[in-house]
Design a binder for this molecule. Structure first.
Ligand code: F6P
Length: 342
């Protein structure tokens, strides 16, 4: 089938590098004489038939920009038959042959559901700071997000060091610890608390009480012997009430002063680092080439520095875990070293 017109959209949490991917798709499409429609604000643009034609001129000078020129959104309507039918009717009306979605697993689930109502080709490009998509070594935006967080925590370390102060820094990642583990290791955090090293089974209150007790012991030891900065990185959505509650609990239980700092959306913004620009460009070009090669229902991935294709349904089956070697290095060597320094 000859591909003449494709749609693209960015969906879910925006990620630095999404613009680089949009640009690469448009440049590759131009090369193959394919027309590109950019739908606005994720799947909402499809439901509302709201798009802009994307030409080489529209993607000029965007490779370095954070956010997404197409805007992004989460779209609960895509979980309803009516929303899916409206989205499908826009694709049919505009005679689109294919749709490329840049986003995370929720966006890919929506894309597959849409494909049941519309017979065109569908391709996913993994774009999320969380790096939690199975089948690709990295997602677009992750590298920039961790660099941003590292830069922020290095600054926090300066003031923590000057005041001999304890900080609890809460990091994004939804329900995965890629950001927390990588940033924790890169900032030599004294504590990394994430889903991967915290019990998921049993009673959450008991698990937290147990961890709190251990933390008190280790922090007291650090205070007694070292009198320096102490940084705890913690994954969002892990501790009930988050970093602020943990700080209050340490104060109440053991009179330990901690400052909670929620890095939040700063991690999603900013100019993409080289790694994200290059990954996004490779994936954008590969998505268009995959369409030319008559592929559909796949996610463009990169494994061991090689672009590959993963069936979309496989990519959304499991969350990609943090590598065991990273967790083990933290748990068995780095965390213990931090304690021994005390
Ligand atoms: O998926 C990206 C992400 O930034 C997660 O890390 C975070 O949990 C979530 O989005 C925040 O979403 P929102 O911006 O809708 O609050």
């Amino acid at each position: 089938m000859t591909i003449q017109r494709i749609g693209i959209l960015t969906s879910g949490g925006d990620a630095p590098g999404m613009n680089a991917a949009i640009r690469a798709i448009v440049v590759a499409a131009h090369h193959y004489k394919i027309e590109v429609f950019g739908f606005i604000a994720g799947f909402n643009g499809l439901i509302e038939d709201n798009f802009m034609p994307l030409t080489l001129k529209s993607v000029d000078n965007i490779i370095h920009k954070g956010g997404t020129i197409l805007k992004s959104a989460r779209c609960p309507a895509m979980q309803e038959p009516l929303g899916l039918e409206q989205a499908a009717s826009t694709l049919l009306k505009n005679k689109l042959d294919a749709l490329i979605v840049i986003g995370g697993d929720g966006s890919f689930t929506g894309l597959l559901a849409l494909n049941e109502h519309w017979p065109g080709k569908v391709i996913g490009i993994p774009g999320t700071i969380d790096n939690d998509i199975d089948g690709t070594d990295f997602t677009i935006g992750f590298s920039t997000a961790i660099n941003t967080a590292i830069e922020a925590i290095d600054k926090i370390r300066d003031t923590a060091e000057a005041f001999e102060r304890i900080f609890i820094v809460e990091l994004m990642g939804r329900h995965s610890g890629h950001i927390t583990f990588n940033v924790g290791i890169a900032c030599a955090a004294e504590q990394v608390i994430s889903f991967e090293n915290f019990p998921s089974k049993g009673n959450a209150v008991d698990n937290e009480a147990h961890k709190l007790k251990a933390l008190v012991k280790e922090i007291k030891q650090a205070q007694a012997e070292r009198h320096a900065s102490y940084i705890i990185v913690i994954a969002e959505n892990l501790w009930q009430g988050g970093a602020s509650t943990l700080a209050q609990q340490l104060q109440t239980v053991a009179n330990i002063d901690c400052t909670a700092c929620i890095l939040g959306h700063i991690q999603r913004g900013g100019s993409p680092v080289a790694k994200d620009r290059i990954l996004a460009t490779k994936m954008g070009v590969a998505a268009v080439q995959a369409l030319i090669d008559d592929q559909s229902s796949i996610m463009i991935a990169e494994c061991n520095n090689t672009i590959t294709h993963v069936p979309l349904f496989v990519a959304i089956q499991h969350q990609q875990g943090v590598s065991d070697s990273l967790i083990q290095a933290q748990e068995s060597i780095l965390a213990l070293t931090a304690q021994r320094q005390c």
